[in-house]
Write a protein that binds this ligand. Structure first.
Ligand SMILES: Nc1nc2c(ncn2[C@@H]2O[C@H](COP(=O)(O)OP(=O)(O)OP(=O)(O)O)[C@@H](O)[C@H]2O)c(=O)[nH]1
Ligand SMILES: [Mg+2]
Ligand SMILES: [Zn+2]
Length: 310
């Protein structure tokens, strides 16, 4: 029997089987995943094989290959990592121009790590009902910037419902990760998409989860029009990830495009002669804010600074 892992509580996994049942499952034996030392080898979003038993629970006997996954390292020193979610079709980054203000640095860091994980991102500008004319113009500038780079942008109000149908259409039939700074309206949006969100999570069998701190683990919520939203409380970004200095520019789409014309193929686009990226920056084909974010991330790497989410 096959199914989808929709909740992880540490020792137990909630699996929705392909025939629509909810089964509490455990891992069978010693699971080792290639190259990953994880505190929890199965993640929300994993497709798994189940062997059911008499008690109505099941063993997870195999995990299908993942198309992608996001991990969080437990700490800088330990090599342990925690897989937050797997097989993500897209991430929706909820941002707000004001109340609270989402910085372009935050957006760019998120986009770069999503590129590294090969997860497409849609930028959702929320709280448009609160914007005055100046803020509205500024928002349009930011949207133009990211659309030019190649990201799909939506402007909505989770409060009034404006634009929420477009979000619904995007989510349909897909596994989506919802992310964004605290206070940007993630919960408000989820409640609008899923008026029974609280009910839904309560419906899931909890027989074996008593006393678990479920909030530290990921959970997927099923949408009425099919599709899943991953709610990862406390996780605002993808955190740190290991990339080479010369690799970083490939996670900034437009910088990467221009870098093909740099004189040196190990160009860091900071000082090198014949750098096509610096030229493009000078010619305003690359936005100053994007280049600044690139430099910030490059600097973090130089200092070996550890960043838990941003
Ligand atoms: N005016 C307005 N207020 C909104 C909108 N969306 C959310 N809010 C309000 O913003 C506040 C924060 O919203 P939440 O949904 O709790 O934000 P969140 O992203 O879930 O925040 P965390 O759980 O802390 O990460 C609440 O008071 C919401 O009512 C919107 O589109 N317009
Ligand atoms: Mg919330
Ligand atoms: Zn260069």
């Amino acid at each position: 029997m096959q199914g989808l892992v929709i909740k992880n509580t540490g020792s137990w996994y909630t699996v929705k089987t392909d025939d629509g049942r909810i089964v509490d499952s455990k891992i069978k034996g010693n699971f080792r995943l290639k190259g990953i030392r994880s505190t929890s080898p199965v993640a929300v979003g994993d497709r798994v094989q189940l062997v059911t038993n008499q008690e109505g629970t099941a063993f997870i006997s195999a995990i299908d290959d993942r198309k992608n996954y996001i991990i969080r390292k437990s700490s800088n020193l330990s090599k342990q990592s925690h897989i937050l979610a797997a097989n993500i079709d897209q991430a929706l980054l909820i941002v707000t121009i004001n109340r609270p203000q989402t910085s372009t640095t935050f957006i760019d860091r998120f986009l770069a790590s999503a590129e590294a994980y090969r997860i497409p991102v849609v930028l959702v500008f929320n709280k448009t009902d609160l914007l005055d004319d100046d803020e509205m113009r500024y928002q349009q500038m930011v949207i133009n910037l990211y659309e030019t780079v190649g990201y799909h942008c939506l402007a909505i109000s989770a409060e009034t419902g404006a634009g929420v149908d477009e979000v619904r259409a995007l989510l349909k039939g897909r596994i989506s990760l919802l992310s964004g700074n605290s206070g940007v309206g993630k919960s408000t949006l989820i409640n609008r998409l899923l008026p029974t969100a609280n009910l839904k999570t309560a419906e899931i069998s909890n027989a074996h989860n008593a006393g678990m701190h479920t909030t530290t683990f990921s959970e997927m919520l099923e949408l009425p029009e099919s599709g899943w939203v991953i709610d990862t409380p406390g996780i605002k970004g993808f955190g740190t990830f290991d990339i080479e200095r010369t690799e970083l520019s490939s996670y900034f789409k437009e910088i990467f495009a221009f870098s093909k014309d740099c004189r040196f193929n190990n160009c860091t686009h900071t000082h090198e002669p014949g750098c096509a990226v610096l030229q493009a920056l000078n010619d305003h084909y690359i936005a100053q804010s994007r280049y600044q974010s690139y430099l910030n991330m490059l600097e973090d790497k130089d200092e070996g600074k550890y960043r838990e989410a941003y």
